[in-house]
Design a protein around this ligand. Structure first.
Ligand SMILES: [Zn+2]
Ligand SMILES: [Zn+2]
Length: 341
């Protein structure tokens, strides 16, 4: 009874506090926004914790920083850049199909406006009529555009998203977390709270690259603390060993992830295509080992790095004859002419 009497006022006070917070910050009522913010706070705390403990407990590092501050300044700059890159990537668009369609509609509407607003037999078409025309044309034109990207005879049923009912260009997949179709879908990253796709795959690569370098550099600081012959309290050593183990685990994971995504960038593939090849209709019948969207290492890298400029450009599935031609074995001439590049 006494517990119930104590709980009721606490509950009431908590209700008043949460109502006040929601009135002041309406965005807090959105559960997705709250979980995304919690994730970002955890990421920042993890980074600050691992690096902060180092500067709190390692007196030798503090002494070295006083003597030669540049080394630590560069390290802290990398730390800052990595965190900024995290937020930058996490808030970037992976390239949603709905946005690509909107961008394409705008370009197409401009084209129609320019073409049709030109005087024809002395008369003008009104802007309302043009808007109506544009809306009617929009879906048909998008369908026509996407159809041309698939091999002849493909069924439109295979390309229409069953969730958002949009017509999907090749390499697109619906993300159930974002509830949108994503161009060149790679995966939904829970750590960043966003999808990785055509628009931000390169940024994602840079983020994991910076995290890996930060892990190596922080690991060097930890190793030099653990290996120093100076007398240390046992609890300091214990905390540092635990954090070093966490850091080692993060490094192995990040390094393998970096290698994997470098391979994907060089071969113009995505994690989804690599792992679910059999489930993708237009991959069926393509000889094993043939990567249909690969255009050689150099062009793949260029497309991967410069996708921000052409975020909504669409890729076509190459004709079957071209894909079969790629299965022929390498000759001396192919090696000299750098066929793989
Ligand atoms: Zn969808
Ligand atoms: Zn997603």
């Amino acid at each position: 009874m006494r517990t119930a009497g104590f709980v009721a006022p606490v509950r009431e006070a908590w209700g008043r506090l949460s109502d006040g917070c929601l009135a002041r910050f309406p965005c807090l009522s959105d559960a997705a926004w709250r979980s995304s913010m919690c994730l970002k706070v955890v990421v920042v705390l993890l980074h600050v914790g691992i690096v902060g403990v180092l500067f709190l407990l390692d007196t030798d590092l503090i002494r070295r920083t006083r003597e030669d501050p540049w080394y630590t300044v560069i390290y802290l700059l990398l730390f800052l850049v990595t965190l900024v890159q995290y937020f930058f990537t996490s808030n970037s668009s992976p390239g949603y199909v709905v946005d690509a369609k909107k961008a394409w509609d705008e370009t197409h509407a401009t084209f129609i406006n320019r073409r049709q607003s030109a005087p024809r037999h002395g008369s003008f078409v009104s802007s309302t009529d043009l808007n109506q025309l544009g809306k009617i044309d929009s879906r048909m034109n998008w369908l026509k555009l996407v159809t041309e990207l698939y091999p002849p005879g493909s069924s439109t049923r295979n390309w229409t998203c069953t969730y958002c009912h949009i017509i999907q260009p090749p390499r697109t997949k619906h993300c159930h977390d974002c509830e949108k179709c994503v161009l060149r879908f790679d995966h939904h990253c829970a750590w960043l709270g966003t999808c990785i796709g055509k628009g931000n795959h390169c940024r994602f690569w840079w983020y994991i690259f910076e995290e890996t370098i930060l892990c190596i550099w922080t690991g060097i600081f930890y190793i030099s603390f653990l290996r120093s012959s100076a007398v240390k309290e046992w609890w300091k050593e214990f905390i540092m060993i635990i954090l070093f183990a966490v850091l080692t685990f993060c490094f192995i994971f990040l390094f393998l992830l970096l290698l994997f995504h470098s391979y994907l960038a060089l071969t113009n593939q995505t994690t989804f295509e690599l792992t679910r090849r059999r489930r993708i209709p237009y991959f069926r019948g393509i000889p094993r080992g043939v990567r249909p969207f690969s255009k050689g290492i150099c062009r793949n890298l260029y497309m991967f790095c410069c996708s921000c400029d052409s975020m909504y450009s669409l890729e076509a599935v190459p004709p079957r004859e071209e894909l079969e031609a790629r299965t022929r074995p390498y000759t001396c001439l192919d090696i000299i002419s750098c066929r793989c590049c």
